[in-house]
Structure formats: C-alpha cells, structure tokens
Ligand binder design. Structure first.
Ligand SMILES: Nc1ncnc2c1ncn2[C@@H]1O[C@H](COP(=O)(O)OP(=O)(O)OP(=O)(O)O)[C@@H](O)[C@H]1O
Length: 226
C-alpha cells in the first residue's frame, strides 16, 4: 500500500502540491486526473522520492519512506514508468529488457504480458512505435518485480488499440492481487476503466475523489470543468 499524507511539495519557492493525501490499497488501482500543470507528475515524483516533501509524509506498506532515496524505495517494491515512453533508443528491445535481468524466464514472463514485443526483440528501441515503446517501458519496470507500479500518462500519444491493450494489462496485473497501480492520466475513460478509484487534482489540491468505473465519468468531467 502507498499513502501520501498531507504532502506539500514544489520546486524552489514555487509550491505545487498543497496538503495532498492519497491512498493506493494493496492490489488496488488508483487514477489521478487533472488539467495540465495541476501537479500530477509532481505527485508521482514525490511518491518515488525524486521531489522532496516540504511537509507531510510518504508511506509504503505502512512504513515511512519519506527520508528514503528513490533507489531505496525501488528496493522496497516501487516501480516507476515516467512520462514519454522512455527507452534506450540505440539498444534493441531485448537489450533494454536485459538492463534489468538476463534471466530468460523473467523476460519470457513479461513477454507473455506484452506479446507484441516478442517479434520486436532484435529491433532498436528507437525504431519502435510510441505504443510499442510504452509497452517496453512498462515491461522493463515489471522486470524489477514491483509491488507498487506507478505510471505517468501511459496512453499519451498512442493508438486506441494499444490503449485497450494497456488497459487489459493493468486489469490483469491488479487482478493478481499482489500488485497495486497508481496512474496519472488525461484520458478519463481509460483511467476509470483501468482503476477502482480516482482523485482529481486542481492547482495542487485534491478537489474530488471517488470510486472508478464508467459511472464516474460524469462526476470526473464535472470536477475537471470547474
Ligand atoms: N522541474 C521543475 N522545476 C520548476 N517547476 C516545475 C518543474 N516541474 C514542474 N514544474 C511546475 O510545476 C507545476 C506542476 O507540474 P506537473 O508536471 O506536476 O503538472 P502535471 O499535472 O503533471 O501537468 P501535465 O499534465 O502537463 O504533465 C507546473 O506549473 C510546472 O510548470
């Protein structure tokens, strides 16, 4: 379980998050939505330890990890897929995966999750489509065997069929019960289908929260229209 408790954080003198509290239960999936500049990425970076908190705390499985560096949080089961489908462009798909492990069984397991990558193992990552690179980025993070997976805008700039595939992967992973997901999304429909609850962030504050599912679309749209 991941919890942000009363977090205030920002850059230099600029405060971006103001007393933000969110909770991701064990095996649950939570979406954070909001307009550009609302502070969504900053919230994820606080969870990972890339942006320090000014006040408040970050708890992982009930333990206070606020003082811990990102690498120590990763060791405790946090996996982060930043925005932008990042990969090592000059390396092949397989080499990108092998940066985490060369164990064939582990690589086979993530390829079962993302079968589209199987036929692309010898292709340079820089030559993959955006959707393929996103799948590679998630697959690479899954190789670290996270218990808490953090995804920043996984559908940004990718085709609808890949969006559906990623939605299926997220549901499949959380159905296992041992992995929790926190994702930031602009795509409200996707976010609510892929997760069980949501938060709306506006100007660094949580302005709305609730259960996910298609029925929540109107409530989220109304919250974001304010
Ligand atoms: N490294 C940084 N240094 C200074 N200000 C930053 C930095 N990163 C983000 N900001 C500012 O913090 C605010 C929140 O940015 P953040 O990226 O968290 O928002 P966001 O909700 O993820 O937006 P988007 O949907 O556009 O990605 C913005 O005003 C942004 O300009």
């Amino acid at each position: 379980m991941l919890e942000l408790r009363g977090v205030t954080a920002g850059y230099g003198r600029t405060m971006v998050l103001d007393d933000v509290s969110i909770e991701v239960p064990v095996g649950g999936a939570v979406a954070v939505m909001g307009h550009n500049g609302a502070g969504k990425t900053t919230l994820l970076r606080v969870a990972v330890g890339l942006v320090p908190v000014r006040t408040g705390s970050v708890l992982l499985d009930g333990q206070d990890v606020t003082p811990l560096r990102p690498s120590a949080r990763v060791k405790r089961g946090l996996g982060y897929v930043p925005q932008g489908q990042q990969s090592f462009a000059h390396m092949t798909t397989l080499e990108n995966l092998q940066l985490i492990t060369t164990a064939r069984s582990a690589i086979d397991e993530v390829l079962d999750t993302f079968p589209a990558l199987r036929g692309l193992l010898s292709r340079r990552a820089g030559l993959l489509s955006g959707g393929q690179r996103q799948q590679l980025a998630i697959a690479r993070t899954l190789l670290t065997r996270p218990r808490m997976l953090i995804l920043d805008e996984p559908t940004e700039g990718i085709q609808p069929n890949v969006v559906t595939e990623i939605e299926g992967v997220i549901s499949g992973l959380t159905d296992r019960g041992d992995l929790s997901v926190l994702l930031v999304e602009q795509h409200v429909g996707f976010a609510l289908r892929a997760t069980g609850s949501y938060y709306v962030l506006e100007s660094g504050r949580v302005t709305s929260r609730g259960e996910g599912g298609p029925a929540a679309i109107d409530a989220v749209r109304a919250a974001m229209a304010v």
